[in-house]
Design a protein around this ligand. Structure first.
Ligand code: COA
Length: 161
């Protein structure tokens, strides 16, 4: 069985992430969406909440699952008997950082490959931070997140105010 891991902080999952997950799910038997727990980014949603939001968003994708992880990505990938990391590239600006991460991961675990997928043109401007900013200013972010989680994000923003 070919399993690929799609890692990120997903704070929260966006339509751009979901586009990558959907397309990757057609190329692999199983996609594990791996949510980084101890991110340096100070997330708005806890890892548990982020996993829940992803699970709601992928309910129609039976070969996808989501879970949180700590520590090195390559250790998680190996523990899941996978050798593939999927990453989305939105623009040239993503490339340098992603290139460096892919090289480091390769150095640590030469058997693990990073595959880059080009983000859908309609989602190339989306990021989790943009979603949070628009939502916090009471703007319309309906098109930016999976519809299943729109109310959850809105509620969290209200609570945070
Ligand atoms: N559509 C829309 N937005 C996207 C996207 C897409 N297809 N792909 C990425 N993004 C956004 C994310 O939402 C995120 O936005 P934000 O900065 O506003 O939160 C931004 O692009 C960066 O995403 P990504 O590159 O996936 O970084 P991340 O912080 O979400 O996740 C990890 C990074 C978890 C993959 C990485 O830190 C990691 O592997 N950590 C584990 C520890 C480790 O092994 N370290 C050594 C690595 S060399």
């Amino acid at each position: 069985m070919k399993t690929a891991v799609y890692p990120g902080s997903f704070d929260p999952i966006t339509c751009g992430h979901l586009d990558i997950i959907r397309r990757a799910s057609r190329q692999f038997d199983h996609i594990i969406i791996a949510v980084l727990n101890n991110t340096s980014k100070k997330p708005m949603f806890t890892a548990e909440e982020r996993v829940k939001l992803i699970k709601k968003s992928i309910a129609d994708l039976p070969n996808c699952s989501a879970e949180a992880f700590d520590g090195l990505l390559v250790d998680f990938v190996r523990a899941k008997n996978s050798r593939t990391v999927i990453k989305g590239l939105r623009a040239l600006s993503d490339f340098e950082y992603e290139f460096q991460m892919a090289l480091f991961n390769k150095k640590m675990e030469p058997d693990i490959e990073t595959l880059f997928m080009v983000t859908d043109a309609n989602a190339s401007y989306i990021s989790s931070s943009i979603v949070k900013e628009i939502a916090s200013l009471d703007g319309d972010f309906r098109d930016l997140v999976p519809e299943e989680i729109y109310d959850d994000v809105k509620l969290k923003m209200k609570e945070g105010r």
